[in-house]
Design a protein around this ligand. Structure first.
Ligand code: ZN
Length: 448
């Protein structure tokens, strides 16, 4: 990245760093990423689809079929991995929209405690739906959603191998890989399988509401929904890229998380390309990350690059439509981002508090950034970019300080951010300095 001439005269204690240079890979994260196994993913997938349907209102008593048997198996499986605290996160729902009778939703949760209670989430939804012949293709082409009817059949086969069996087993495999690593994380990792997604994100919303009410600090949510198919319904094969959708505006915490994932993927999974999508999700489609963004918890959703809509939400969403090598690559990208952000200190706080801001001091023509110290930080890294670009262009590691001045830099012409770096070099998300939109007052005029 080329520095503008004006920046070169900025002389500071720390050397210029990070101008497009890839950070050194941590061998412990390399090992963790390499532990993701396509064979394990296939085994998990075979078991998961064997329950026939995981539809929200399907049978809960059978030991072999339906949503009850499936969630009990997920719980049992996760309980076999060491270091994890596994539980059901249960919510009793009154009939609402496509939930046509009272039902108990159970998210399955596996927690790997860190030094700090702040949380990093990896998630997928385990419930499925079969909308009948045509499935998602019919909805895409203007058909009505039959789920709203009480007569909707929840016992039809709905294997959901890809939607969202792929996100489910990705999350389960990462629970194993993280738990079996010898790493002690700063953040608490939460591997969670959502219920009730197909009727309106109910399981994740009930969970996120409780997080917000309890004032739990959430560092990130890596949500995965439809991430296992590499052969598009249009015939295009793509096993080398994945889409990451994030809600704006440009400097929202969700966009910072998306940029972060792209950077870490370039370090740890360079054979896979991250396609950042500057929107919340695909047109007319949604997923559980929106339950997190609703409360300003940083969240993104991973989506395969080329979907096959003809399989989605039908009895044909079978294991043959899942490419386990591709799914493993997507799991590795999740692993690299989640491990790094969980090893790093929390991001510095730059807004909404006394002494945390961007200003023109001391000369009136300088850029002075201040931030609140992040617990455990050994250094900070300041970022900046032209206001009209969408990714950081320049960065500089500064010492263990909480203020930094770029002389003769006009704060109106650049976006600034700052991250915290831990003693082992792991870096937090970037906190951006944003100015809220101007609040206009109504003008009172005398009518002629
Ligand atoms: Zn889904």
């Amino acid at each position: 990245m080329k520095l503008a001439a004006a920046w070169i005269c900025v002389t500071l204690a720390a050397p210029l760093a990070g101008q497009g240079v890839r950070p050194d890979a941590d061998p412990r994260i390399v090992k963790l990423v390499a532990a993701v196994s396509p064979d394990r993913l296939r085994q998990l997938s075979e078991r998961l689809v064997s329950f026939g349907t995981r539809s929200t209102l399907s049978d809960t008593m059978s030991a072999t079929r339906g949503v009850g048997a499936a969630r009990r198996w997920i719980h049992r499986e996760l309980s076999q991995y060491r270091r994890l605290q596994v539980s059901f996160d249960s919510h009793r729902l009154v009939p609402t929209g496509r939930i046509t009778r009272e039902v108990e939703l159970r998210n399955v949760v596996a927690i790997l405690p860190g030094r700090s209670p702040r949380r990093v989430y990896i998630s997928g939804h385990y419930d499925t739906v079969n909308l009948g012949p045509g499935g998602q293709t019919r909805l895409n082409t203007g058909g009505a959603n039959p789920q709203a009817s009480a007569a909707f059949n929840h016992d039809n086969d709905a294997p959901g191998a890809n939607d969202d069996g792929s996100g489910t087993i990705l999350t389960m495999e990462l629970a194993r890989v993280f738990a079996e690593s010898d790493l002690e994380f700063d953040a608490t990792l939460v591997f969670i399988l959502w219920a009730g997604e197909e009727q309106g994100l109910f399981g994740s919303m009930a969970h996120a509401q409780n997080l917000a009410a309890a004032k739990v600090e959430v560092t990130a949510n890596f949500n995965n929904d439809i991430v296992g198919n590499s052969l598009g319904g249009n015939g295009v094969v793509d096993a080398e890229t994945v889409r990451v959708y994030s809600l704006g505006p440009e400097d929202s915490p969700h966009r910072q998380l998306a940029r972060y994932i792209q950077r870490l993927a370039a370090t740890y999974v360079p054979s896979h390309r991250i396609r950042l999508m500057a929107r919340e999700d695909r047109f007319g489609r949604g997923s559980d990350h929106s339950s997190f963004t609703a409360f300003d918890f940083p969240a993104v959703v991973f989506r395969e690059s080329n979907e096959n809509f003809a399989r989605q939400h039908t009895a044909e969403d079978k294991i043959e439509g899942v490419d386990f090598g591709y799914l493993a690559q997507n799991a590795r990208v999740n692993a690299a981002g989640a491990a790094t952000v969980a090893l790093a200190p929390p991001a510095p706080i730059v807004a909404g508090d006394r002494g945390a801001s961007v200003s023109r001091i001391p000369s009136g023509y300088d850029a002075t950034l201040t931030w609140r110290a992040a617990p455990g930080a050994a250094a900070y890294r300041v970022y900046w970019r032209d206001t009209w670009t969408n990714d950081w262009q320049h960065s500089q590691v500064v010492g263990n300080v909480t203020t930094f001045t770029l002389p003769n830099v006009n704060i109106d012409d650049w976006v600034f951010g700052v991250s915290a770096i831990g003693p082992d070099g792991h870096e937090s998300l970037v906190s951006a300095y944003v100015s809220p939109p101007r609040r206009m007052q109504e003008v009172k005029v005398i009518k002629p």
